[in-house]
Design a binder for this molecule. Structure first.
Ligand code: HXC
Length: 288
């Protein structure tokens, strides 16, 4: 039974805005990233999702493909973002089978709750490696294709008209808000997410002249995600929800819509930014 559209993208976007585009996504079998990719596929893109678990990654890819008749979605499992060669091979397969890479979502992440003294040196390093080195490896492996696509899809500097073929050369890193003020038991992830934010900023400045935009999406507490399940005990959820400014958790669709915005014509002049999609959670509580 295909997932109803209302579960992963709002009705306001025009069908086909990402026709003939290709999105490459790490962590693509996860709850948030699969919704981001599903929204882009629904709106015309083809996609390649990367994960560590072969069976899960292939299954989610097949499922995402049901978002649009004729969509091509490849799931490449057994890829560890810590291994550059793994990613390079996945990128080459994506381009061979789908023709290009126009958009990248760097979403692979690792997390668990642990105090600084409970963390072993290897535990700290594991999260740094998955989040920071993994994001860097993703950027580095896809950059030649982002530059190629960005160069083709730049808005004309005289007329300020977008090219007829739409947009390309865009990367979004999935980060968090917990490092804005600091959070107990999350030192490892906070350091890693701060590093990812910084990598995005450098990418925006260094590759803007070649037509590439780079932004962060920082989700808050999003319902039914592994992150929320790990960080918030079930018996605390109801009270926590009531304490929030909007009185609800986020929905994966909120993150998918933010991604569509950043990759669409509407996001052409937005780069080097963080789009916090958290219902003002971090201003209330210090972040998620
Ligand atoms: C303390 C822990 C631990 C825990 C693992 N370690 N879990 N230490 N508390 N709960 C330690 C291990 O003992 C080991 O150190 C080191 O971390 C590496 O663990 P491995 O299992 O060998 O590594 P690996 O298989 O690579 O797994 C990486 C992982 C794991 C991060 C530990 O949890 C993972 O693969 N996660 C991916 C999925 C995930 O986390 N998704 C949630 C994403 S949500 P020693 O010293 O014993 O060798 C998210 C949101 C962030 O990221 C934002 C928050 C809102």
């Amino acid at each position: 039974m295909p997932l109803p559209k209302s579960e992963y993208v709002s009705d306001i976007w025009k069908d086909g805005i990402f026709a003939n585009k290709v999105v490459f996504c790490t962590g693509g079998a996860g709850t948030i990233c699969s919704a981001q990719v599903r929204a882009l596929v629904h709106l015309g893109a083809n996609a390649c999702i990367i994960g560590r678990n072969v069976e899960k990654t292939e299954r989610v890819a097949q499922d995402i493909a049901t978002a649009r008749p004729g969509a091509k979605v490849i799931g490449i499992g057994a890829v560890d973002v810590r291994q550059f060669e793994d990613l390079k091979n996945a990128v080459e397969r994506c381009v061979k089978e789908l023709g290009s890479i126009d958009y990248v979502i760097a979403g692979a992440a690792g997390n668990f709750l642990a105090s600084i003294e409970q963390l072993s040196v290897n535990a700290f390093k594991s999260v740094m490696d998955i989040d920071v080195i993994g994001s860097y490896n993703t950027l580095k492996a896809t950059l030649p294709y982002l530059v190629e696509s960005g160069g083709k899809h730049r808005m004309d500097s005289e007329t300020l008209q977008p090219p007829a073929s739409g947009t390309g050369g865009r990367i979004v890193f999935v980060s968090a808000t917990l490092h804005y003020r600091g959070m107990p038991f999350q030192a490892h992830v906070s350091v890693a997410k701060a590093g990812i934010d910084s990598l995005s900023n450098s990418t925006a400045i260094e590759y803007g002249p070649r037509g590439v935009t780079s932004n962060i999406i920082a989700p808050g507490p999003i319902a039914q995600t592994e992150g929320l399940e790990r960080l918030l005990p079930s018996d605390a959820k109801a009270a926590y929800t009531k304490s929030q400014p909007l009185g609800r958790f986020g929905h994966v669709r909120d993150i998918a819509d933010a991604t569509v915005y950043l990759f669409s014509d509407a996001g052409s002049y937005v780069t080097g930014q963080t789009l916090v999609v958290d219902g003002a959670n971090w201003r209330m509580s210090g972040g998620f």
